[in-house]
Design a protein around this ligand. Sequence first.
Ligand code: NAD
Length: 260
Amino acid sequence: MKIGIVGCCGRMGQMLVEAVLTTSGVELSGGVERPGSSFVGQSISSRSALLVSDDAKNLFAISDAVIDFTHPTGTVLHAQWAAQAKCALVVGTTGLSADDEAILAQSAQQCPIVYAANYSIGVALLSALVERAAAVLGDSYDIEIVEMHHRNKVDAPSGTALSLGRAAAQGRKVELDQVWCKSRDGQTGARPKGEIGFATLRGGDVVGDHTVIFAGAGERLELTHKATNRNVFAAGAVQAALWAHRQKPGLYSIVDVVAD
Ligand code: NAD
């Protein structure tokens, strides 16, 4: 099976290249960077003779699956090329708008697409635990989600924090965007009952920490996940690519991959 990587020189891209090169039964079909990037024409990895290309469209034509951890503007284009080439796509990019997600859903009518804000197995389990805790504890417990990432992260709150918020909202049978508070500043007034709050920290080289707090009267439950190495996301994404290649067109999540 041939897997290609778009954004192959980014923090995650480099991890993904190494994960593909060290997975048996898988061949790296190529790696692509933004047109104009200084990486284009350079070697993809010391373990491979391939050079970084800027022709993403061609990568979809020669691959069975492509993994994309880039930027929303790139990801929406890649989804359309995946659909044209009927190539499986694994999307790890976060910060997609509702319109971007609609393009993913439309493209998924032509090819299998796995889309997840977090490819670690630990976070998939955390999500299920959060949904259950939210259902059991009810809205007399205030839900706050705290996340910390490295200083170069460009979107906030993190896609993982938002997906944990969605899991909590699902547990309470409400829509997240009706109850969320994504940041606070100044004279905010008292906390509305049922609100799901987010707090974002940025600094250093933190790979990704998420804590979901259920604060009641007289007790507090905190569920925490800490990623200490990007390898966990890369390994999960390669597993998702192997799985997606065998699926019918459709939009899938990491939960579908793990459950199979
Ligand atoms: P990064 O900035 O280090 O890497 C992004 C790479 O994509 C860069 O090399 C950039 O040049 C390239 N790129 C951007 N637009 C492109 C385009 N149109 N075509 C080809 N290449 C393009 O960022 P990162 O830390 O690797 O994170 C990338 C994305 O993955 C972010 O959205 C981040 O939040 C997300 N992420 C997701 C998970 C997960 O498990 N789903 C884990 C970590 C990071």
